[in-house]
Design a protein around this ligand. Structure first.
Ligand code: CTP
Length: 396
């Protein structure tokens, strides 16, 4: 494989020192690193350290005559295979989400036509601020990939999510995006369902479930990172398509089932979608008018069970994994579901924990015929990576 090139934007945060280690790991693996150091970043690491480890000139200014003569900022943004922002500060994320271009880093992010990976790092309050959440959602919808942040003790003395992912983890994410990572699932086809389904009552009203789609999207991305060819059959969500994944958009449970069947054969299926169990028996083709008083009761009929159908399909994937959102008796319910649906594993999800629904973290247990394994509470991205690793083990 030809030498891969990464543009590394180092933002201004205490985690900037970790980007030196990241640079070293990349160079050791034969990846060329073109560094951009923001003005704030230079308060934490010196251009000399970064340049020495990268064995490249450090770019810092937007209006540098020499730099522009050697390689203009537009060319710089396109001369690489991947743009990495580490640490991605709240400020850099806000600039990128808003499309600002008032320094070299933000201009490069706006001008690039290459995939972008961000490793956020900031104080926990900043990470949890509504503005940062909005920016994160916007960037995800724009197709930016994220690694971390981790939860832990922070340099500012607080505790929580906001620590930049460790250099080896960012390195792995970079290698996967460059197509140079370990690819234990290369040649394997994966089918993932995610998001809610929407069942029409009439053209403007629907029955649906609460589901952000985050966990399913993260799993699709993690399987793709391990080399699988992934089809993500998704109900309506506000999320961007993960790197390397093919998404098929559907609305109703019946459409989801049809799209899943069309995606077979597959080696593994992971059903994460929050499928509506019922749908109105007769969806009206016209908007129901209010008239006088309450409408006629809506008669519901049962939707197909996609997980159960895939489990008993003639072309059944070798490994079928379901999810179970439970509020109580997690293990008993998950085991019953495993038997009822005929799948191989159930990832039991304790939604009684505040913040799980729609949040970024998840507490799950992996249930199979051989027992139950409780995983500690972790980021949904991390749950996805672990599950993808476990799936890869099955195909080793
Ligand atoms: N599922 C599916 N099709 C359905 C319903 C559920 O594929 N019509 C899948 C989900 O994607 C998930 C698993 O089945 O992987 C379990 O979903 P859950 O809602 O927890 O289970 P239910 O079948 O609805 O059972 P219960 O209402 O008893 O919890």
């Amino acid at each position: 494989m030809a030498e891969k090139r990464v543009l590394l934007i180092v933002g201004g945060g205490i985690a900037a020192y970790k980007s030196l280690e990241l640079t070293r790991l990349l160079r050791k693996a034969g990846v060329a690193v073109r560094p951009i150091l923001t003005q704030a970043g230079a308060e934490f690491v010196t251009p000399l350290s970064l340049g020495a480890l990268a064995e490249q000139k450090v770019h810092a200014e937007l209006f540098s005559l020499t730099d522009e003569q050697e390689m203009g900022h537009i060319e710089l943004s396109r001369s690489v295979d991947l743009v990495v922002v580490a640490p991605a500060t709240a400020d850099l994320m806000a600039k990128a989400a808003g499309g600002l271009a008032n320094d070299l880093a933000s201009t490069t992010l706006l001008a690039t036509d290459k995939p972008v990976l961000m490793a956020p790092a900031m104080n926990v309050r900043m990470w949890e601020h509504a503005a940062t959440k909005r920016n994160l959602a916007t960037l995800r919808a724009d197709g930016v990939a994220f690694v971390g942040p981790d939860e832990g003790a922070m340099a500012c003395g607080e505790y929580g999510p906001g620590r930049m992912a460790e250099p080896p983890v960012i390195f792995e994410a970079i290698m996967a995006l460059l197509g140079k990572g370990a690819s234990p699932l290369a040649g394997k086809r994966a089918l993932v369902t995610a998001g809610p389904t929407a069942e029409a009552i009439d053209p403007v009203r629907m029955l649906t479930n609460r589901s952000s789609g985050k966990q399913g999207y993260a799993i699709a991305g993690a399987l793709a990172a391990l080399g699988a060819e992934v089809t993500l059959v998704s109900g309506p969500t506000a999320l961007g398509v993960p790197v390397g994944v093919t998404r098929v958009d559907v609305e109703s449970a019946r459409e989801m089932l049809a799209a899943c069947e069309a995606a077979l054969p597959a080696d593994v299926a992971v059903c994460v979608a929050a499928v509506a169990d019922w749908r109105p028996a007769d969806a009206s083709g016209r908007k129901l008018k209010k008239g006088a008083g309450a409408p006629e009761p809506i008669v519901l009929v049962e939707n197909p069970d996609i997980l159960a159908s895939l489990s008993k399909d003639a072309r059944r994937p070798r490994l079928v994994v379901g999810f179970a959102a439970e509020t109580n008796d997690l293990e008993a319910h998950a085991k019953a579901k495993l038997a009822r649906k005929g799948c191989d594993w159930i990832v039991a999800n304790d939604v009684s924990v505040a913040g799980t629904m729609g949040g970024d973290r998840n507490a799950v247990a992996l249930v199979s015929a051989s027992g139950i394994e409780q995983w500690e509470r972790m980021a949904k991205d991390e749950v996805a990576r672990r599950l993808a690793d476990r799936i890869a083990d099955q195909f080793a």
